[in-house]
Design a protein around this ligand. Structure first.
Ligand code: UDP
Ligand code: MG
Length: 298
């Protein structure tokens, strides 16, 4: 059996060497065949050179260079596309996900689970504001979406080939993989781990990036805003009729209220139309500039 270790990298020069030297012995000890695939998601530091160096020395390493930064969802999609393992482990480059947990994930997979999630038992490494925003996002998301996800379950996971093949069929431009992972089902289990501190550098997620990820997540797994418009329209119509019958409030108030609601609701519909527009373009999710891998005969 062959296992793919998949790692997205964006300006991770500080941690890569340590990451590589921790993954390799862990995987060698499992006695499984393995490959390590890195995506260089348009890094501006020395990340690509370090990765190319791994690929030159180790034929189990493959490096996919993107033409620019496409973001984490695109990087993960590429990693799944290029993986050839019977199962794959997704792991962050910053060592927040300790590679030493991988053998117990493989064990669960060997027991017959298609999807092994990991649940961090701590979340100390994140700031207070980020923690609050993430928490609020999951609350709202789970209240309105069609596939609920748990907050503590991070992207550090193992999936069987049948899950990978299923996820690869999702061709939407605005991907929200966590939502997709929970939506596809399969036999899942969760193991606990302690999330370590980022080894070097800063989190690559600006609030702008996180916000757009949350937005995509909500829009792709929920029609709540659309249903809400419908309900609200109905209620406001009844209210206006009642107003006509009773006729007490100032007319100006209602006029302004309806005007502003009109703009707001058109805006919400516009957001969806914008997404439909994006999807209908069928643009590629990512562009590969070069793939680096040592061939067997070299
Ligand atoms: N990452 C990426 N492209 C991006 C942003 C992040 O490939 O545009 C990678 C990053 O290098 C890391 C992983 O995604 O391996 C998670 O990012 P980070 O650790 O910054 O996120 P956090 O742990 O703060 O959620
Ligand atoms: Mg991190």
């Amino acid at each position: 059996m062959m296992i793919s270790i998949l790692c997205p990298c964006y300006n991770e020069e500080k941690s890569l060497q340590v990451l590589y030297s921790r993954i390799v012995p862990v995987m060698e000890k499992t006695n499984e065949d393995f490959e390590i695939i890195f995506v260089d998601d348009g890094s501006k530091d020395n990340t690509l050179n370090i990765l190319k160096n791994f690929a030159e020395k180790d034929k189990r390493v493959k490096v996919i260079e993107f033409s620019r930064n496409f973001g984490i969802e695109a990087a993960l999609t590429a990693l799944l596309d290029y993986s050839s393992g019977d199962s794959a482990v997704i792991i962050d480059a910053d060592l927040q996900h300790p590679p030493e947990v991988i053998p117990s994930m493989i064990k669960k997979w060997r027991e017959g689970f298609d999807f092994v999630y990991t649940k961090r038992t701590n979340r100390d490494s994140d700031g207070v504001i980020r923690k609050f925003l993430t928490h609020s996002f999951y609350k709202i998301y789970n209240a309105v979406s069609t596939a609920s996800i748990t907050e503590e379950v991070g992207e550090f996971c193992l999936m069987d080939r049948r899950v990978i093949n299923t996820v690869m069929k999702f061709k939407e431009t605005h991907k929200f993989l966590r939502g997709i992972f929970s939506w596809v089902g399969f036999k899942t289990t969760t193991i606990d781990y302690v999330c370590e501190k980022r080894y070097g550098g800063d989190s690559k997620f600006t609030f702008k990036k996180l916000f757009s990820l949350a937005f995509d997540g909500l829009l792709s797994f929920s029609s709540f805003p659309l249903n809400f418009i419908f309900g609200f329209g109905l209620v406001s119509l009844i209210s206006v009729i009642l107003y006509g019958i009773i006729n007490s409030f100032s007319e100006m108030f209602f006029l302004l209220l309806l005007c502003s609601l009109n703009i707001l609701f058109t805006g919400i519909v516009g957001v969806y139309v914008g997404k439909i527009n994006d999807e209908s373009r069928h643009r590629p999710l990512y562009i590969v500039r070069e793939v680096y891998a040592k061939k067997d005969d070299e």
